[in-house]
Structure formats: C-alpha cells, structure tokens
Design a binder for this molecule. Structure first.
Ligand code: HEC
Ligand code: HEC
Ligand code: HEC
Ligand code: HEC
Length: 367
C-alpha cells in the first residue's frame, strides 16, 4: 500500500492539527511506503519527524536534502510480498518550492530526479530489489518524461497529479498508476510478476470513494469527534483574542461588496498600505499569530470577522469594514463616519504606531 505524498495540509495551525489526525489514521491503514511531497514539509522537518516517529509512517525520499546536504529521509525502502523483494523509492520535482510555516525558513535542496534515479536504481537492484517501484511526485507529464529517460522501473506511482489514470498506461516498460488527490479515489494495480520479479502483466482499477461506498461508522464517529476538537482548538489557539465583539446577526461583506457602489473610494484606497497589512504579516511569518491578526485583518475580534477558513478568510487586510463596521449595518446618518474616525486608535496605538496623528494620517487615506 503506497501513498504518493502531499498528505499534510496547508500552512495554518488549524490544518497542522488536522494533519496530526490524518497521520494517526494513516498509521492504521498500514502503508508500506509514503513518498515525500513538498506539502509534507509545510510544518518543517521537526514536525514531519515527530509524525513519522509517533505514527510509524514509512516516508521515503531519494532527493530531498537539508541545509547540511544530508538526505532527510530513507533513500529507499524494501518491502517483501509473496516472496518478492520490492524496492520503493520516491523523487520530488526539483522545481517545487518547499516552504515551511515557521518564520526561520529551513533550507532544502532537491536533486534532479533523473540523475538521482540513474544512480540509485542499480544500487536498489544490488541491495536485492527484484521489483522496483518509483513514486514520482512530479505530476503526470514530468513523470512520463522521466520514465522515457530512465530504465529499470517496473511500476511508477504518480503524485502531485489531479487526474486519476483510469486505464492501464505504459511508458517504455514501466506501468503507471495515479489516483488523484484528497483521498477521493483508491487506485489498485494487480501485477503478474515473473520468477525474477519482473513485471509480466498488470491491471489497474480506480475506485471512486463516492456516495456508493458507505462511510465506516467507527471512522465517521472519530472524524466527527475530531471536528469538535478542532473547533475548540481553533478558539483556544486564539488565546485572549476571542471573537466576542459585535453581533452574530451581522456580517462583514468584504470590500468587493462596497466597491460595487463606492468605486471611487475603492480606487482612492488601492495604494494604501492597509491593503497589504496581511501580506506584511505573512512576510514576517506571522500570518497565523492572533496577537498580530487583531490589527492586520478585518474584524478579528468581532463575531463573523476574519478567520483562516473560507469564506471569512477573505477578510484579510484592513478593509473598509475594519473602520466602518459591519456592512450589514450600513448606515447613512453620519454615525458611521464618527465610528470610523474613532476606529483608528484601536490599531494605531502607542506601541504599534507611535507617530500617529489623526490629521496627518487621514490625509494619506482621505476619501
Ligand atoms: C484594523 C486595524 C486598523 C485600523 C482600524 C486603522 N488602521 Fe491604519 N494601519 C493598520 C495597519 C496594520 C497598518 C500597516 C499596514 C502595513 O504596513 O502592512 C496601517 C497603516 C496605516 C497608514 C500608513 C502609514 C504609512 O506611513 O505608510 C495610514 C496613513 C493609516 N494606517 C491611517 C489610518 C487611519 C487614519 C485610520 C482611522 C481612520 C486607520 N489607519 C485605522 C491598521 C489599522
Ligand atoms: C494594536 C494593533 C497592532 C498589532 C497588535 C500589531 N500591529 Fe503591526 N502595525 C500596526 C499599525 C497601526 C501599523 C502601522 C504603523 C504606522 O505606520 O504608524 C503596523 C505596522 C506593522 C509593520 C510595518 C511597519 C514596519 O515597522 O515595518 C509590520 C512589519 C508589522 N506591523 C508587523 C506586526 C507583527 C508581526 C505583529 C504581531 C507580532 C503586529 N504587527 C501586531 C498595528 C498593529
Ligand atoms: C482606515 C479606516 C477606513 C477605511 C479602511 C475606509 N474608510 Fe471610509 N472613511 C473613514 C473615515 C474616518 C471617514 C470619515 C471621514 C470624515 O468625514 O471625517 C470615512 C468616510 C467614508 C465615506 C463618506 C465619504 C463622504 O465624504 O461622504 C464613504 C462613502 C466611505 N468612507 C467608504 C469607504 C469604503 C467603500 C471603503 C473601502 C473601499 C472605506 N471607506 C475604507 C475611514 C475608513
Ligand atoms: C448598494 C450600494 C451600496 C453598497 C453596496 C455600499 N454602499 Fe455605502 N453608501 C451607499 C449610498 C447610496 C450612500 C449615501 C450616499 C453617499 O454618501 O455616497 C452610502 C454611504 C456610505 C457611507 C457614508 C455614511 C454617512 O453616514 O454619510 C459610508 C461610510 C459607506 N457608505 C460605506 C460603505 C461600506 C463600508 C460598504 C461595504 C460594506 C458600503 N458602503 C456598501 C451605497 C452603498
């Protein structure tokens, strides 16, 4: 049983918590090998190692190195089935950027898959591999290109691809399989091996895990419990910055809504640094920090305000409603103007904006 990588989530604290759960469950599925995808380093090498240790995940990568030039994972794995020794290795696209969530970005180098495989495949054979499986975390086109230039691969599992291969595919003498992403499909390859472990024939089935496959009641229960935990985690992670202000009945409509009628104002504010306040945090690696989000997003302390999950993740930056309040409360009696004038100092406080002077600052964003 193989996985072609990118099991880990996006670079947010919430998805990291979700990834822990995924790893726990994956450990019970009994994988033989998991190829490294660039997403699997989203939370840094320490987190990946922690998951590998805690859940016994058989990650492998033949071409990702850390800052000191060492491979970060086992170069290949050997699996025994039905008396055959099957060598499994994995290569990542050298053009993939590896970004981690931590502010101090870790350094990685990714060796060119072709030269890596040319060197590695004979060594896998020498180590006793009768059948060779390559997990190519390259997407389908690059994987096929690679296989045209390298010999000695029996089966190639393609990762970083969004399309499942619904029928048998052969490149040179290698059979390919890909089963898409997000666990939507389960790919199965039945193989007929010769006495020496060489591939004689194969058959591919792609099973869609849709409605017709019933949910496992025990797993469903665990998933639901986990979702409750995640809700709690989400709130706890905010620390003292809970969304308690305002009202649950009101919403922020986002600046796109305001723009429809106030195009001139929107144009006037396009160049304002308020428009990049969130990017500023991201550049500092602090896009997840509640203590910063409170002033660099819209409505963080308000019910229905910014949150890193859709749809409210559209409330990044200091948008119209950060000063004017809930769009659903749109008022034209002057009270909104007073409220907006008073809003500045909730963010432009002594610590973060010591130079703040209403007239001088307003002049820069007057509209
Ligand atoms: C929700 C918090 C918030 C509110 C409310 C807010 N600001 Fe800001 N403001 C910021 C942040 C954050 C930045 C820095 C953005 C960056 O550089 O990424 C900023 C930057 C600015 C700048 C640019 C400073 C410079 O020299 O480049 C001006 C001008 C400004 N704000 C004026 C105002 C005025 C006037 C008000 C009230 C009418 C106001 N702001 C209300 C958060 C806020
Ligand atoms: C109380 C509101 C508030 C909080 C909390 C806050 N900021 Fe800001 N931040 C501002 C405002 C307002 C400005 C614009 C200051 C100005 O130009 O006068 C700003 C500007 C900045 C800038 C650009 C100006 C510069 O110095 O280069 C950076 C970077 C920044 N903030 C990062 C952060 C980070 C990181 C955090 C969390 C650790 C944070 N901020 C928390 C309100 C806040
Ligand atoms: C940084 C805070 C801030 C942001 C962001 C902001 N405004 Fe304002 N806005 C104000 C303030 C303060 C006033 C009132 C100025 C005054 O009359 O003293 C105002 C006034 C207005 C007015 C009345 C103008 C007039 O002269 O009648 C409109 C309309 C308006 N804003 C729309 C918007 C829209 C739309 C956006 C987003 C594209 C936006 N504002 C973003 C603070 C803000
Ligand atoms: C359907 C059109 C429409 C949309 C959408 C809209 N507005 Fe308005 N808004 C108006 C009209 C019309 C006025 C009154 C005439 C004027 O001052 O331009 C007004 C007035 C205002 C005023 C001045 C209020 C006052 O008391 O004088 C502000 C501030 C304002 N809008 C902000 C916003 C913000 C922020 C959004 C987005 C959440 C928004 N508007 C969305 C039509 C709209």
């Amino acid at each position: 049983m193989l996985d072609a990588g990118d099991m880990f989530g996006q670079r947010t604290r919430i998805e990291r918590e979700q990834t822990r759960f995924l790893c726990e469950v994956h450990s019970e599925f009994g994988y033989d090998a998991i190829g490294l995808g660039e997403m699997d380093l989203n939370y840094g090498i320490d987190f990946l190692r922690e998951m590998i240790e805690q859940y016994g995940l058989p990650y492998t990568s033949a071409n990702v190195r850390d800052g000191s030039g060492e491979l970060i994972l086992p170069e290949f794995l050997m699996v025994e089935r039905a008396g055959f020794k099957i060598g499994v290795c994995s290569v990542l696209d050298a053009e993939q950027r590896i970004l981690t969530m931590s502010a101090q970005d870790e350094e990685y180098t990714v060796d060119e898959p072709l030269s890596v495989l040319r060197d590695l495949l004979p060594r896998m054979r020498a180590a006793g591999a009768q059948t060779v499986v390559v997990i190519a975390h390259l997407g389908d086109q690059k994987a096929e290109q690679l296989l045209n230039d390298v010999t000695g691969v029996d089966v190639c599992l393609v990762g970083h691809s969004r399309r499942p291969f619904r029928s048998e595919r052969l490149v040179d003498r290698t059979s390919l399989i890909s089963s898409s992403f997000e666990g939507r499909y389960l790919g199965r390859m039945d193989v007929d091996l010769g006495v020496s472990g060489d591939l004689k024939a194969f058959d591919v089935t792609i099973l869609e895990l849709g409605e017709e496959i019933a949910d496992d009641p025990i797993m469903l229960d665990r998933v639901n419990k986990f979702k409750e935990h995640l809700e709690e985690f989400r709130l706890v992670a905010r620390g003292p910055y809970q969304p308690t202000k305002g009202s649950d009945k009101e919403s922020f409509l986002t600046e796109r809504e305001c723009r429809k009628c106030h195009t001139d104002v929107w144009e006037a504010l396009r160049e304002s640094t308020h428009q990049v306040a969130f990017t500023t945090l991201a550049r500092k690696g602090q896009a997840q920090s509640p203590e910063c989000l409170v002033c660099h997003t819209t409505g963080y302390l308000y019910m229905n305000g910014y949150d890193d999950q859709p749809p409210r993740n559209r409330l990044t930056n200091v948008q119209c409603e950060a000063c004017h309040g809930y769009g659903t409360e749109h008022s034209r009696d002057g009270s909104w103007l007073a409220q907006a004038r008073a809003s500045c100092v909730s963010c432009h406080d002594q610590e973060n904006s010591p130079e703040f002077d209403y007239d001088a600052y307003w002049a820069k964003i007057a509209h």
